[in-house]
Write a protein that binds this ligand. Structure first.
Ligand SMILES: NC(=O)c1ccc[n+]([C@@H]2O[C@H](COP(=O)([O-])OP(=O)(O)OC[C@H]3O[C@@H](n4cnc5c(N)ncnc54)[C@H](OP(=O)(O)O)[C@@H]3O)[C@@H](O)[C@H]2O)c1
Length: 280
């Protein structure tokens, strides 16, 4: 079942990145505040994973959404090493406990490992049947993996594929996005700002981005999100830990013209790289 898929507010505020193994009190407090501010601004998609901070990210999110669970589309991910029948069940229970909830809106396999996909999806189906998850999907899957997954679960079961997607890394446009559109699988682009590798305004491409932003009285980051979400069924999950950034990301529902899309397309060329290379 695809419970209310990936919309209508398509942006995420997730404040603990995957390198944070330790979170001090000050960061915890500001993280909770940033998440709540994001919810106040209408951001309703929160992405996390058991891997992020070894559960610390899920605990912070649990604190932030206490009393507001119904406002949130909550996504977490199981590590490939835990993706066995029993491992998935246990990992999901741990995530639910850390998040202080009885259900996930979507549960993802973080990336493909050595456990057969059929076993992982059977475990996901069990969680669906008990209502612990309301939909499931995958992350960092290329077309060959997606084909295999579809052959196992059948049409209409995979809610999304969460993959790397930013202005300077558009490889998923070659085959992953077309495949997902054709098969009704939402594309959730992660690291939409290049994980701190945002186009430099001093470069020709950065200048085009700034010109388009100026024309809309928007920021370059808002234009980047608008460009990445120009295709139906494609979403992004920017991370921000500063209130100003959260506000910026929440306020960017810019409609780009065909001409602007063409200019950005030319400024940040798709390139010829055929294969999608995950960055985890
Ligand atoms: N499935 C996977 O394998 C996978 C892998 C990587 C990431 N992800 C998901 O994707 C999310 C985002 O990815 P990410 O953290 O790698 O990178 P990102 O969203 O591309 O970039 C985050 C960086 O951009 C800055 N930023 C955010 N909004 C801004 C704005 N409006 N103006 C200027 N700077 C802004 C943030 O600063 P501040 O923090 O200071 O606000 C932070 O330094 C993660 O939280 C995670 O949920 C998934």
């Amino acid at each position: 079942m695809k419970s209310q898929p990936f919309g209508p507010t398509k942006r995420q505020v997730s404040v603990i990145g995957q390198g944070s193994w330790y979170i001090d009190e000050a960061s915890r407090v500001s993280a909770v505040a940033a998440l709540r501010a994001g919810l106040d601004l209408g951001m309703n998609h929160i992405d996390t994973a058991e891997m992020y901070g070894s559960g610390a990210s899920e605990r912070v999110i649990g604190e932030a959404i206490r009393g507001r669970r119904d406002e949130v589309f909550l996504v977490s991910k199981v590590l490939p090493g835990n993706a066995s029948r029993r491992g998935v069940r246990e990992a999901c229970e741990r995530s639910l406990r850390a998040l202080g909830t009885d259900r996930l809106d979507c549960y993802l396999l973080h990336w493909r490992g050595s456990i057969p996909l059929a076993e992982t999806f059977a475990a996901f189906d069990e969680l669906l049947a008990t209502g612990k998850i309301l939909s499931y999907g995958v992350s960092n899957f290329d077309v060959a993996d997606l084909e295999e997954a579809l052959a196992i679960v059948g049409p209409g079961k995979l809610a999304c594929n969460q993959v790397l997607y930013h202005l300077q890394e558009r490889a998923i446009e070659h085959a992953v996005i077309p495949w997902c559109r054709h098969n009704g699988v939402a594309v959730v682009g992660y690291s939409p700002f290049g994980h701190d590798d945002f186009p430099d305004p001093g470069t020709p491409a950065g200048r085009v981005l700034d010109e388009v932003a100026h024309a809309h009285d928007a920021t370059a980051h808002q234009i980047a999100l608008a460009f990445l979400m120009r295709a139906e069924g494609t979403f992004t999950i920017p991370k921000s830990s500063r209130l100003a950034h959260t506000r910026d990301n929440a306020g960017g529902d810019t409609m780009l013209s065909r001409d602007e899309i063409a200019r950005l397309d030319a400024a940040f060329p798709l390139g010829t790289r055929p294969a999608y290379l995950p960055m985890i």
